[in-house]
Design a protein around this ligand. Structure first.
Ligand code: F3S
Length: 401
């Protein structure tokens, strides 16, 4: 890969070990993908993990390196809040604090949210960005038409401090064409069905770019968020097109950039039902309900509040909604929080719904969720997946309907 004089100097260690490591990482990726050069990025989103990320982020912090572009962070968990509820091992708490502090030190915006593209870090059409996180990378490519590869936390962080990324993959127009035709004949009613569609298609097409044809109406934001999250969970789908609705696919032909699809599948009600049945791991009494994977929007929190208004969640059931700090604040101002808390539920910020260590307390418990992704990564024992209104009804009864 061609490097400018400045890039060569960074690679040689002229401005410190952290920046050198960041550049080494980007150059290795660029070489592996035959990139010709680096290109500037406009923004980044890093999805930090735990011990694995501490070394790199603390190395950058030690060198006083700073993000060159607005960079947001994915959820870990709200240590202060959960320490007041559960017993959190000292070591675990320390890891989270150090990672969060590390990102703050390099100037990242501590959103701790997995849908930053809806609120705090919204790319524009055509921008080159470096986004990790499954729904985020897929959504910004497909819906917004920004350009990102499916970054890991380290590559997104490296791109953030260097301000550049290797030019390959989805940064090039020719690689953004659809390769797989998905004909939808199923009835797709709501965001739950979009999640099932993503679950089924991701599983069957792996890492291709699906062109999803046959939808009878324009999808809404939350439906596209769920579709993105699930395509990139059961599959490794960084981008999709919906002809007439997503930005780079005004027509079916343009979605395929004039080519013919490599392969095709048809999704009818039977395939969606098959996906739904695969996700029904539990019946009978439940211990918890987990919503907000991906993080719930204000509209979704409002839906829960309307379903719970004047009702009581069964006292043996823990009821959780995960969301961003921004949406939680707005839910409080809108009166939704009050309704949900009166019913016995909790709305938490900064926390990954299935995968934060604080959920260890539920490791032997039976849960339900409206998210196939939550079920996939869950830390609790079993999970049934059902529509939001059925999750709420089950929470009130304390057992599956
Ligand atoms: Fe978000 Fe965690 Fe689900 S990062 S999409 S809540 S797995």
């Amino acid at each position: 890969m061609y490097l400018t004089r400045e890039e060569e100097q960074i690679l040689g260690g002229a401005i410190g070990e952290g920046m050198q490591k960041a550049m080494e990482l980007l150059v290795a990726i660029g070489d592996a993908w035959d990139a010709q050069e680096m290109i500037p990025i406009v923004r980044a989103h890093a999805a930090p993990g735990y011990e694995g990320d501490m070394y790199f982020i603390e190395l950058l912090g030690k060198g006083k390196d700073q993000c060159k572009v607005p960079t947001t962070t994915n959820p870990l968990y709200d240590t202060e809040y959960f320490s007041s509820l559960f017993e959190i091992p000292e070591k675990e708490d320390e890891v989270i604090r150090r990672v969060v502090l590390g990102y703050k030190k390099i100037g990242a915006i501590p959103t701790s949210c997995c849908t930053p593209y809806l609120n705090e870090n919204i790319p524009l059409y055509g921008e080159n960005v470096a986004f990790s996180e499954s729904s985020a990378s897929c959504y910004v490519n497909s819906v917004i038409g920004a350009r990102t590869n499916r970054e890991a936390v380290q590559s997104a962080t490296a791109a953030a401090v260097i301000g550049k990324t290797p030019k390959y993959g989805l940064h090039l127009k020719e690689n953004r064409k659809g390769t797989f035709l998905v004909k939808v004949k199923a009835t797709i009613r709501d965001e739950f069905d979009f999640g099932l569609l993503g679950y089924y298609v991701g599983k069957h097409i792996g890492c291709k770019i699906p062109v999803i044809a046959g939808l009878s109406r324009r999808p809404v934001t939350e439906e596209l968020v769920n579709l993105s999250a699930m395509l990139n969970t059961t599959g490794a789908v960084s981008m999709f097109h919906i002809p007439e609705f997503t930005i780079e696919a005004p027509t079916l032909q343009e979605a395929f950039q004039g080519d013919t699809p490599e392969d095709r599948i048809t999704v009818t009600d039977a395939e969606l039902e098959e996906a739904n049945e695969e996700l029904q791991a539990t019946t009978g009494t439940i211990d918890l309900v987990m919503l907000g994977c991906p993080h719930y929007t204000l509209r979704q929190i409002g839906q829960v509040a309307r379903l719970l208004k004047g009702r009581k969640i069964n006292r043996n059931v823990s009821f959780w909604i995960c969301t961003s700090a921004t949406s939680r604040l707005l839910a409080e101002r809108s009166g939704y929080l009050d309704i949900i808390e009166r019913a016995g539920g909790r709305v938490c910020k900064d926390t990954c719904a299935p995968d934060a260590p604080c959920w260890h307390v539920y490791r032997d418990k039976i849960g339900i969720t409206d998210s196939p992704k939550c079920s996939y990564y869950r830390r609790f024992k079993e999970a049934g997946v059902m529509r939001l209104k059925d999750c709420v009804r089950t929470a009130i009864r304390g057992k599956s309907i």
